[in-house]
Design a protein around this ligand. Sequence first.
Ligand SMILES: Cc1cc2nc3c(=O)[nH]c(=O)nc-3n(C[C@H](O)[C@H](O)[C@H](O)COP(=O)(O)OP(=O)(O)OC[C@H]3O[C@@H](n4cnc5c(N)ncnc54)[C@H](O)[C@@H]3O)c2cc1C
Length: 484
Amino acid sequence: MNVPGSRGARDSHPADVAIIGAGVVGTAIARTLACQDVSCVLIDAANDVGTGTTKANTAILHTGFDTVPGSLESRLLRRGSALLRDYAQRAGIPVERTGALLIAWNAEQTAELPAIAGKANRNGCTDVRPVGTDELYRREPHLGPGALGALEIPGESIICPWTTPLAYATQALAVGARLRLRCRVTGIRTGDTEHQVVTSTGVVRCRWVVNAAGLYSDVIDRMLGGDGFTIQPRRGELIVYDKLARPLLGSILLPVPTARTKGVLVAPTVYGNVLLGPTAEDVADREERATTGAGLTLLLEAGRRILPGLVTEEVTASYAGLRAATADRDYQIRVDRARRYACVAGIRSTGLSASLGIAEYVAGELAEAGLRLAGKPEPDPPVMPYIGQAGTRPYADAARIAADPEYGRIVCHCERVTRGEIMDALASPLPPADLDGLRRRTRVLNGRCQGFYCAATVAALFAGTGPVPAPRSPTQASVTAEPA
Ligand SMILES: Cc1cc2nc3c(=O)[nH]c(=O)nc-3n(C[C@H](O)[C@H](O)[C@H](O)COP(=O)(O)OP(=O)(O)OC[C@H]3O[C@@H](n4cnc5c(N)ncnc54)[C@H](O)[C@@H]3O)c2cc1C
């Protein structure tokens, strides 16, 4: 699928930059460069943006309090988190500043808290503070017995991982970037002045290549002659609990991290559910996204200790995501002027939060290496449909329903998604390619019945065979989708 106006091999001029991978990192880079008048082609093998690791994570907007001070991750996460917080507010991306409590459950972990607070300070999080046992149980009365104390990290927040890349891509398209979906990169031919990116749907010519291919970034790197790193997929399994579990906690409940993982946490989601996870298990297969009996058992044991009431609540879904880990703990971001190539890899556990910081850094490094940026102020972001639980959604907005009754016609009753929202998504500048894409844009099929009651109606609306109302205007008329 080409969206919009992608001409690929038929282009008479090469693009300035081809970005391989339309996850949260690639879309962030595309929007940042395109807003500076850089001609960009964003390429992804999947049928939509944000379908890789980006759609299956813990959805926390991290402050970076626990990163390695002085690392690139620490710097870009701190910066990216601040940029995204501001961007989200303007773009209508759901964010809730719940804060986090990092809880010590034994004497050894209690002894580690001052060092973690010191590290947080060195990472610029100066508002982290100790919380005694009494205050901890007052704030989180459903916590399991045995907690000895905690650190409060007030800035930790929850965010919508689906709207974020959609907002970036929508903005990139609006300022002229081209998006090639269902387009797998299979090779790269490098000449003196341009690259020819060979894909499953033709050749894309460009001056620079940005490799943001996540789990496959080492494969793309080798296409450009690199062999500096190997991706080791690290699976994280999660359980999603029903909205009825939401009152069980106020903040994100974190464990004391180990050298290998941040550990199993309990967190609210911006859709009003509760998440338990993730596990951390190295797997051989980059497509191994199935949940396992062992993983879910481990999570239930951890959940029972942290929040005993949680494990008797109803489970809505479970899923797994794969972290793109490398032997190096830090991000692997390098710009090679001679090869006209930027490698943006090893964005393991924090890429959603750091995405705008990474994009800003990559753009700066590319400019240093000779890519021309316009140097102009950024345009306002697009205003995305709001799908969070904390704000007002269309079904509860009397004025909106009065203006258009389609916003009063609920199709998905679990998530209270209206026909108006579904029709808006289908007419949007970046429409969904399937029901999963529609789910990420509206929350439809995402509730406790997982589509049992509304799937047929939703599928008919999606296919255009249902009782569809008159066509609605796209939110940004300048961008249209082309057929594949
Ligand atoms: C369990 C888990 C929990 C996490 N929790 C958080 C969290 O709470 N907060 C946070 O900030 N981060 C979190 N992360 C990390 C975050 O999800 C990732 O860092 C981020 O999504 C990486 O984005 P990306 O764009 O680099 O990769 P991806 O989203 O994987 O995108 C890469 C894209 O490249 C495309 N691609 C690959 N090869 C090719 C090819 N040959 N041709 C064309 N396209 C190709 C893929 O289709 C894919 O869409 C978590 C990760 C996991 C797994």
